[in-house]
Design a protein around this ligand. Structure first.
Ligand SMILES: O=C(O)c1cccc(C(=O)CC[C@H]2O[C@@H](n3cnc4c(=O)[nH]cnc43)[C@H](O)[C@@H]2O)c1
Length: 227
C-alpha cells in the first residue's frame, strides 16, 4: 500500500512496537503508518489497539484509522472489481443463535454491533475513489452458501460487502476516540464458495489505485464538517 502514496520525502521506516510492527511513510502532508493488521476481527483489533496506544503514549495520537482490504461483494450491487466504502461497519455474527433465529449482542443487553464513520469522511472517500457507500459486514466465518448470503442480506438490507476485520479495527479506534474509515475492493461474490471466481490480484490492484486517490483526499477532510 505504501506504493499508493506519493514519492517519499524520506525512505519508509520500519517501526517495531510492543505487539505490532509498522511501516512509517513520511510525506510532506504528514506521517502515515501502514500496518498489516492480520486476518479476522480479533487480530485486527489487537494490532490496531497496540499502534493507537503506542502513538498516544508517545504524544502523537492518530487523527484517523483506515481499514483497507479485499472483500466479498453482495450481488448485484457490489460486483467483483468494484469498491465499497462503509457508511456503517457492522459485526454480523456477534450474538447468540436461538431456536427463533440470531440475536445480536445488543439484544442480549450488552456490547455494540455498529460503528458509523463520519458522514463527511465517507463522502470524501466515495468522491475520490468512485466507491459506493453502504454497510460493510464483518464476519469471522466467510460466507460460503447462497442461503447464508440471503440471510445476511435480509438482516442487513444495506449491506454491500463483507470482510473479516473492519469491526475489530473500528472497536479499537472507538476505544481511543479516533475516527475510522473502511474501504474494500471486491475480490469475490458473497455466496456459494467458488474459488475459480476469486479475483484477488485485480481487487488488490483496484485497492492500490483507490488508495492513491484516497490518501490526498483525506488530507482535505475536515473532521468538524460533521459537527
Ligand atoms: O476459502 C474460502 O472460501 C474463502 C472465500 C473468500 C475469502 C477467503 C479468505 O480467507 C479471505 C480472507 C481475507 O480476505 C478478506 N475477504 C475476501 N473475501 C471475503 C469474503 O467473501 N468474506 C469475508 N472476507 C473476505 C477478509 O477480510 C480476509 O482478510 C476464503
Amino acid at each position: 500500500m505504501a506504493r499508493a502514496f506519493s514519492p517519499p520525502d524520506s525512505p519508509d521506516e520500519r517501526v517495531g512496537l510492543p505487539g505490532v510492527e509498522l511501516t512509517r511513510t513520511a510525506r510532506a502532508a504528514g506521517v502515515r503508518d501502514l500496518l498489516a493488521a492480520g486476518v479476522g476481527p480479533a487480530r485486527a483489533a489487537a494490532s490496531v489497539a497496540a499502534a493507537l496506544t503506542a502513538a498516544r503514549l508517545a504524544g502523537t495520537p492518530y487523527d484517523l484509522v483506515v481499514s483497507a482490504g479485499i472483500g466479498g461483494g453482495f450481488a448485484p450491487d457490489a460486483p467483483v472489481g468494484s469498491l465499497v466504502v462503509a457508511d456503517r461497519i457492522t459485526v454480523a455474527d456477534l450474538g447468540a443463535q436461538t431456536a427463533d433465529g440470531f440475536l445480536p449482542v445488543t439484544e442480549l443487553g450488552f456490547g455494540t454491533i455498529h460503528h458509523d464513520p463520519p458522514r463527511s469522511l465517507v463522502r470524501v472517500a466515495c468522491q475520490a475513489t468512485g466507491a459506493r457507500a453502504g454497510t460493510i459486514l464483518t464476519v469471522s466465518t466467510v460466507t460460503g452458501t447462497a442461503a447464508r448470503a440471503a440471510e445476511l442480506r435480509t438482516r442487513h438490507p444495506c449491506a454491500l460487502a463483507e470482510g473479516m476485520e473492519g469491526f475489530g479495527v473500528a472497536e479499537a479506534a472507538d476505544a481511543h476516540g479516533t475516527a475510522v474509515l473502511e474501504i474494500r475492493a471486491v475480490s469475490n461474490p458473497v455466496g456459494p464458495r467458488d474459488r475459480a471466481a476469486w479475483r484477488i490480484g485485480d481487487a488488490l490492484a483496484a485497492l492500490t489505485e483507490a488508495f492513491g486517490k484516497l490518501a490526498p483526499a483525506l488530507e482535505s477532510w475536515n473532521r468538524h464538517d460533521d459537527q
